[in-house]
Design a protein around this ligand. Structure first.
Ligand SMILES: Cc1cc2nc3c(=O)[nH]c(=O)nc-3n(C[C@H](O)[C@H](O)[C@H](O)COP(=O)(O)O)c2cc1C
Ligand code: SF4
Length: 475
């Protein structure tokens, strides 16, 4: 059997001094990153030595599936994939009398700024596998798939090995622990498309089709993979399940808040002193997260803005209402943004707002699946306008233009949420930094990235200063 090697320098793990190593004063014990200090926790022998698969055995041999669903419901666990939907409630939508049913783990993790699923998969894949066995049992699924983004080649290998090890020990396969429950688990590698993280596009891709979203309803719980009842959960959601079932819902609820119980893994990147993945009790404030866990803004600079939940989310700025808000789905919505996928990106005063917004919208332009025109055209249009401003050819009319194009993509006009996500950067930049953008347009200054001019706009437009025709931006 292949030997697991935890090399220093491999990005993202406890072995290389990632921010995650920093002692976390806000947490008594880890749940998602449990046993992270044991370097060989990815091997089944070590995982079992530390009590691994004992919870799955107990659950399968002593509990009814409905009781597992009830316990997860009582724990208040909310999905970590973005929307924070209650996991037990989602499981209870699965019809009892339709077979087969499927459990799909969403390991696409493509949201810019998010890399906490990556750490679970690379360092503790057995906790995810155990979570999937228990969750599959709860919903009556006998087959599970882990859909992992194509770029996570190392993670896919770790999962493959963990699954092989689990089969060899009888933790996967037929009649688990002598019960009538069978569970098979497969890893499926995506080809590197952000849209395949959207649950219905993921299912299309898993079925071997083009990864484009399906119309909802029907929801996957009713007609999902191969039109059969399917639960799709994020890696971190499923990785919480073994500890919830081992210690109980009341224990889990000692962490976090009433409406958002438990802990969660959040990736911190950008201009902070300590970057990495941190497990936090839900409800920790953004200030505590950035300044205590992240060590604050790098020396000689001030906080400018925060992208709080991955590139899709509305920005926060340096003001008490934002910094003192709790990191939960409800608290973030109350201040006009989303908790998102557990990804905080911190930008300091060295950042040019036009460049930041352009980079974010370039990403969405690149990842738009092309199925609906507001997103397919709109993401190109927004990027071109940012490029024009960033290259020193902006026009005063670009500000209302950005607003207008953004509005055409909001309010349910796009087929899925990718389109509206690209508008978050536009609306945030204009809301908080319009004078700065206006000044850049008036002066015709070029955006700089790392001391160099921003890349040339892909089309040559007229200039506001020369009075050239304000032609629509061409694709
Ligand atoms: C464009 C787009 C991309 C998404 N990407 C991911 C992803 O990479 N991982 C993920 O778990 N959820 C992603 N989601 C959310 C999923 O559609 C789905 O809600 C989630 O996997 C459900 O898991 P949960 O209930 O455990 O949160 C994405 C949604 C959209 C609209
Ligand atoms: S909003 Fe964008 S990603 Fe979603 S279906 Fe339309 S084109 Fe595709």
């Amino acid at each position: 059997m292949e030997t697991i090697r935890y090399e220093n320098g491999y990005p993202g793990g406890p072995a290389n001094g990632f921010g995650s190593e920093y002692p976390n004063p806000f947490l008594k014990e880890h749940i998602v990153f449990r046993n992270r200090d044991y370097p060989n926790i990815g091997q089944v022998d070590e995982y079992v030595r530390l009590g691994g698969y004992e919870t799955a055995r107990t659950v399968l041999t002593t509990m009814q599936p409905g009781a597992v669903v009830d316990e997860v419901k009582r724990s208040g666990l909310r999905g970590r994939g973005g929307a924070g939907f209650p996991t037990g409630v989602k499981w209870s939508f699965i019809p009892k009398d339709i077979f087969p049913k499927y459990l799909v783990c969403n390991a696409d993790e493509s949201e810019p700024g998010t890399f906490n699923n990556h750490e679970i998969i690379d360092y503790n894949p057995h906790q995810l596998v155990e979570g999937m066995i228990i969750s599959g049992f709860a919903i009556g699924a006998t087959t599970g798939y882990i859909y992992i983004r194509g770029e996570y080649a190392y993670g896919a290998r770790m999962l493959d090995r963990a699954i092989r090890e689990a089969y060899a020990r009888g933790f996967l396969g037929k009649k688990l622990w002598g019960t009538d429950f069978d569970f098979d688990l497969y890893v499926h590698r995506g080809a590197g498309a952000y849209i395949c993280g959207e649950e219905t596009a993921l299912l299309e891709s898993l079925e071997g089709k083009i990864g484009q979203p399906r119309a909802k309803p029907p929801f996957p719980a009713v007609a999902g993979l191969y039109a059969k009842p399917t639960v799709i959960n994020n890696v971190a959601t499923l990785t919480n399940v073994p500890m919830i079932m081992a210690r109980g819902a009341d224990w889990y609820r000692q962490y976090g808040t009433e409406k958002s119980p438990g802990t969660t893994a959040v990736s911190l990147s950008g201009h902070v002193k300590r970057r990495g993945n941190f497990e936090i009790p839900l409800g920790l404030t953004m200030r505590q997260f950035i300044y205590e866990l992240g060590g604050g803004i790098r020396d000689g600079h001030e906080l400018k803005f925060i992208v709080p939940g991955g590139a899709s989310t509305n920005w926060l700025i340096n003001k008490p209402e934002h910094l003192d808000a709790g990191m939960t789905w409800d608290d973030m919505r109350a201040i006009g943004t989303e908790f998102g996928s557990g990804a905080v990106i911190v930008l300091d005063d060295s950042v040019n707002v036009v460049t930041a917004a352009m980079k974010i919208d370039e990403f969405f332009k690149h990842e738009s699946c092309g199925k609906c025109s507001p997103c397919r055209e709109g993401t190109h249009f927004l990027t071109k306008v940012w490029e024009r401003i960033g290259h020193g050819h902006g026009r005063p009319s670009d500000i209302p233009l950005l607003n207008e194009v953004g509005d055409q993509m909001l309010g349910g006009k796009c087929f899925c949420l990718l389109g509206p996500s690209s508008v978050s950067a536009v609306k945030s930049a204009l809301k908080y930094f319009e004078p700065e953008i206006r000044q850049q347009i008036e002066l015709g200054t070029k955006s700089q990235i790392n001391g160099h001019d921003a890349p040339s706009p892909s089309v040559a437009e007229g200039s506001a200063r020369t009075g050239a025709a304000a032609a629509p931006v061409k694709r």
